[in-house]
Design a binder for this molecule. Sequence first.
Ligand code: PLP
Length: 450
Amino acid sequence: MISNSLRDVYKKKTHNSRKLYNDSVKIFPGGISHNIRFFRPYPFFVNKATNKHLIDVDGNRYVDYWMGHWALILGHSPNVVVKKLDRQIRQGTLYGTANDISIKLGETIKKSIPISELLRFCTTGSEATMYAIRIARAVTKKRIICKTIGGWHGFNTDLMQSVNYPFEIDEGVGMTGREGDFVESIPFNDLDRSIRLLESVKDDLACIIIEPLLGGGGCIPADINFLKGLEEYCKRNDILFILDEIVTGFRLNFGSVSSLYHLNPDIITLGKIVGGGLPIGVVCGKKEIMKVANPVENRNKEQLCYIGGGTFSSNPLTMTAGYATLDYISKNRQTVYNKINKLGDIARNDLKKLFSDYGLKTEVTGLGSLFLTHFLSNKVNEIKNANDVALSDNDTLTKYHFSLMTKYGIFFLPHKMGAISIVHDVKDIQSLINATEKIIESDILTIMKN
Ligand SMILES: Cc1ncc(COP(=O)(O)O)c(C=O)c1O
């Protein structure tokens, strides 16, 4: 729980947001349009975002580490994207037909992701993962999908299993209750136990879908050997191996983690960064697999896997923003990744050292430019999977993130990992460290000290 005094400071600073939130609850369930955007007592409302800052309707300015659900690697409204969008908006926002700019973005992705022999654009990451597993079922003629416990692949019904603690039941009501019959959930980073679980379903197992870094589940990198072991298991048993790189694609390197780790997945899903700040999802795969989705060659329902839908798929605005973003990164790739990955290392190391200097038991997890602090508890003394994250001291994390936001103008969506973009610099990381130290000293974290 946040203390009443801190809550009062927030309320005082966000008077206009409170009024808007009161209006908002009359229009939207819970007053928001994405569940995780709500935090207590109410979220601040933003009416401007540039560079590394969010500016709310009360004029408060926050250094943003949420960065549009981790999508904005070049910061908010970067000039290279805005200029191109400005031109495109006058040429048309939605052609609803084939367009040449999609070829440029498609070619850029294809060149940088080896297995991406053919790809399909759609409008969200949830749609991309929905299509990916549909393709897997179509190609293997099997039904069961394997995901990791705590893995998040968007809001599509098939994958709404074992996402949140206690990871045992369907995620919410409104489903048939039978989806779980076709989903096997395996423990993240535990290869032996995973394989044992898979053995009992392998004859009907269509695919394993996995994030190389558990994102929503707590910013935990997958062990390379875990990924390699699962991939090998898939190859041996006629199962498709799908890497969900909606967060990691173009985040750690120019392309996918599969290249960094020498993996050879059958399908990769992308989103976020490749949309340049506009809505996108992408399904990339090997030709042999993606051909099942070719509506020109597969003329009847027995052959064709329908994955092409979406009024807004491949729309010229997203294609333009995505291409402008990837083109910029491609030309500056060494500078971009050296900078953000180094800042990520500094953030993780300096936070870790600071907490340890004060005798606080924490782990700062992450990879490259992604990072998250976990306060350990008497139930958990290391963070290896989403279960550890759920059992760590999340109350203290709420206070930490809320204090950063309210007192120091540094925004992490409470409980979620931070993403560094190229407009952040070493001074920002230093300010984060200084603010963290003040928060520790002001005794907000005293409960941790014992
Ligand atoms: C790994 C992963 N897959 C899929 C999704 C869903 O993407 P979207 O929110 O664009 O539907 C997300 C969203 O955060 C994600 O982190």
